[in-house]
Design a binder for this molecule. Structure first.
Ligand code: MRU
Length: 356
């Protein structure tokens, strides 16, 4: 375990032979990178939220597949190990489609590499290059998302966000937080309200942390304060990330997002969703078909390190909810800003180039 005093926010680092993973459960108090050496290490890190956020989960899984093939001694063994690693990692968390997107891409790359007749060591290197490409493309993608999102904001605006869709959840910049970093670079002043995001507090521990580190004007609120700050006129827009967008534009994101969307509509505030194309799942027709992860009761009953509910109480703890597309003003991707009708326009996004 490596203790770091640096405030670098890169959550996933390929360290030559293994993965160094920022343990996001310990933030903001401790910055600790965990060396992940096996597929099981990566599975466990994803399952237990050491790494979280849809793109970062996909990136970590891609490196997990590389680790799965590391010790193979023949090309046949390697392909089998890579596919087994991919199948196992696919069971780590169900909702973020970026996980399955990255694993599909790694499996397809492995097949291509074998078909090309590459010898074993070259095959291992080529698959690592694919994982590195997934990570570096994510950085460029997020910068473009940030550019498009920033075009919707004006100097002085108040913007509310929920959960953490920032640099920690991606290769860099984040999706929903990308415009805040770009605004900061350009001297555009935005006032961010970060919902603390019960039960695991990604907003308080991660969003408030990374924005504060970057010098962005961020104010932390409890989830149940969002309505009040909107009613006061302090919020001009909401922007959130997502774990999966269905073909009709329904959006799965961290539990509580739906409530924020309803509040935004009630106050006439635009509700934006920022994501890469890899988060859009045209194979899932609508949000009710998106698998929603349920997590352990202890996240709610003992989430602060002490018991805050009676022993034995019944608990419902879905990690995500679905915001129906009627509440979504626009979906901001690396290819541009998509508006309703989402069923038509999301499809177009995959068929053609820029939409704005
Ligand atoms: O349970 P988590 O922390 O993985 O949930 C993360 C979110 O809901 C994010 O908003 C989403 O993955 C988008 S990250 C760019």
């Amino acid at each position: 375990m490596t203790q770091s005093t640096s405030t670098a926010l890169q959550s996933v680092i390929w360290a030559g032979e293994h993965l160094d993973l920022l343990d996001q459960r310990l933030l903001p108090e401790e910055i600790v990178y965990l060396p992940l050496v096996t597929v099981e290490d990566v599975w466990e890190a994803i399952r237990h939220l050491k790494v979280r956020g849809a793109p970062a989960i996909g990136i970590s899984a891609a490196y997990g597949v590389v680790l799965g093939g590391r010790n193979s001694e023949t090309i046949e063994q390697w392909l089998e190990a890579v596919k087994a690693a991919s199948a196992h990692l696919a069971t780590s968390r169900p909702t973020a489609v970026n996980l399955f997107w990255a694993l599909d891409r790694m499996r397809a790359a492995a097949d291509r590499i074998v078909e090309s007749g590459a010898p074993l060591e070259a095959a291992k290197r080529a698959l690592l290059d694919e994982a590195i490409a997934i990570q570096s493309e994510d950085e460029e993608t997020n910068r473009l998302i940030g550019e498009h999102a920033l075009s919707l904001f004006e100097d002085g605006m108040g913007v509310l966000t929920h959960c953490n869709a920032g640099g920690l959840a991606t290769a860099k910049y984040g999706t929903a937080l990308a415009p805040f970093y770009l605004a900061q670079e350009r001297g555009i002043s935005l006032k961010v309200f970060a919902d603390e995001t019960r039960p695991v507090l990604q907003g308080a521990r991660l969003t408030a942390f990374e924005l504060q580190q970057a010098g962005v004007d961020v104010t932390l609120i409890c989830d149940n304060m969002a309505g009040m700050v909107m009613n006061k006129g302090w919020v001009n827009a909401v922007i959130v990330g997502t774990d999966r967008v269905a073909a009709n534009g329904d959006v799965a994101n961290k539990i509580g997002t739906y409530s924020v969307a309803v509040l935004a509509k009630a106050h006439g505030i635009p509700f934006y969703v920022a994501c890469p194309l890899s988060t859009i799942d045209l194979n899932t027709p609508s949000g009710d078909l998106i698998p929603i992860e349920e997590r352990g009761a202890e996240e709610i009953t003992e989430g602060f390190g002490k018991r805050t509910a009676p022993v034995g109480v019944k608990v419902f703890n879905p990690a995500f909810d679905v915001t129906p597309h009627e509440y979504v003003t626009a979906i901001i991707t690396e290819k541009g800003i998509v508006q309703a009708p989402f069923d038509v326009n999301l499809k177009k996004l995959f068929e053609q180039g820029e939409t704005t």
